[in-house]
Write a protein that binds this ligand. Structure first.
Ligand SMILES: CC(C)(COP(=O)(O)OP(=O)(O)OC[C@H]1O[C@@H](n2cnc3c(N)ncnc32)[C@H](O)[C@@H]1OP(=O)(O)O)[C@@H](O)C(=O)NCCC(=O)NCCS
Length: 362
């Protein structure tokens, strides 16, 4: 452990922001710091539940920030009841201080708060190990599925021998043709029951709550959260489609086309009633057609639902080999052991926790 008198302090923006931004600029560079400054401002000024301080802890060495851990306040719907939670995210230690136990110090400090921490989810290996060492529990493995929309460009990103390259391209090209034909047919059949929206409308909040409550555990979504998280993101442009039936909404899917310099597209969020394959596929087909038209090389989605995984495979999505880490603390007393270990009880998506919130066009 370090011998320096370091203190873990709840972050107060008006006091700590200058030192915190100096820390980010030193560790991540000026350009990344500028992107992050905008995202941080959106968290402190516009994020729903932002009053649930602290939004981060910083480790101070005198005036200097040596490390930090952030929290994203959210609400989970557990068997239909709202439960306050906080995602831990954005663990960072200044290289000058690494290997002295600072990361453990700040994660231990969070753990000691006793909150329900359903995260983080997108961790580096050291970060994952640190969370486990600090008493977070390993939740079931999550899998990301990817569809190659532009086989040549998709394969160019992989390290393959020339023979494998040719074979993979032929296989992916025929899958893509079949998938696109199917998606186009589904879009034509769906007609105006699936539509792109510019923002989420609060008049649908009750419907989103009802759909979310079909899962034992999931994030509570409403227009305020979804608009902040996606449409008001300072660096990224998201799109969303909504499905309707008999005058009511039956689901939505949020996706992000390629950025300048990045050809992958992602689906960070979707919501349909548990097992509503028909709505899921109508939304997915629309995103596949749009993603292909937008010249995205691939489309990735994460789901914890077996019926959605089966559907994705029929569209030609492949599971990613590497595991997505997912660690949870403070869940006992809120959910049973059986539910915790039953992946199908959870509705988890790529945008949970901080998802791709820090991404930006390069
Ligand atoms: C990951 C990071 C936060 C660790 O900070 P740190 O203060 O050096 O970590 P600690 O000294 O508290 O180490 C805690 C444990 O993690 C291990 N660890 C730390 N960095 C590691 C690394 N790069 N590789 C493997 N293990 C590592 C330590 O060995 C220690 O384990 P031990 O107690 O069994 O010896 C820091 O390296 C960092 O800021 N990295 C870049 C940002 C990042 O990856 N953040 C996570 C985003 S999800």
């Amino acid at each position: 452990m370090n011998t320096v008198p370091l203190t873990v302090v709840a972050y107060q923006r008006d006091i700590h922001e200058p030192a915190y931004l100096r820390f980010i600029e030193k560790v991540m560079g000026a350009e990344e710091c500028e992107h992050r400054r905008r995202v941080l401002a959106s968290m402190h000024e516009r994020m729903p539940l932002r009053d649930r301080a602290p939004l981060r802890h910083v480790i101070l060495d005198g005036e200097r920030v040596a490390g930090s851990l952030g929290y994203l306040p959210a609400e989970f719907l557990i068997d239909g009841t709202r439960v306050p939670v906080r995602f831990t995210h954005d663990l960072l230690v200044d290289p000058d201080y690494r290997g002295q136990g600072l990361a453990k110090l700040v994660v231990d400090n969070a753990r000691a708060l006793g909150d329900f921490f359903p995260g983080g989810m997108w961790m580096t290996d050291p970060c994952y190990k640190i969370h486990l060492a600090c008493g977070f529990d390993d939740a079931p493995v999550l899998t990301t599925y990817t569809l190659a929309l532009d086989p040549s460009s998709f394969i160019a990103q992989k390290e393959l021998s020339s023979v494998k390259r040719v074979l993979a391209k032929a296989a992916l090209s025929s899958t893509r043709l079949r998938t696109l034909a199917r998606a186009n047919r589904a879009v034509a059949r769906a007609g105006d029951t699936v539509a792109e929206v510019a923002r989420f409308d609060p008049s649908h909040d009750a419907a989103w709550q009802q759909l979310a409550a079909t899962y034992a555990v999931t994030l509570a979504r409403d227009a305020a959260f979804l608009n902040w998280r996606y449409f008001d993101h300072p660096n990224l442009k998201y799109r969303a489609v909504i499905a309707a039936r008999d005058g009511g909404v039956t689901g939505y899917m949020v996706w992000r086309p390629s950025n300048q310099g990045e050809k992958r597209a992602v689906i960070p969020d979707f919501l349909v009633a548990k097992g509503d394959v028909a709505t899921f596929e109508r939304l997915l087909a629309q995103v596949i057609v749009e993603g292909s038209a937008a010249k995205c090389s691939s489309l990735s989605i994460l789901t914890s639902q077996p019926w959605a995984e089966r559907s994705l495979r029929t569209f030609g999505f492949y599971p990613r080999g590497a595991r997505n880490t997912w660690v949870v603390a403070g869940w006992r007393g809120h959910i049973s052991e059986a539910t915790f270990n039953d992946l199908a009880a959870w509705h988890v998506v790529l945008g949970d926790s901080d998802g791709d919130i820090w991404s930006h066009a390069r």
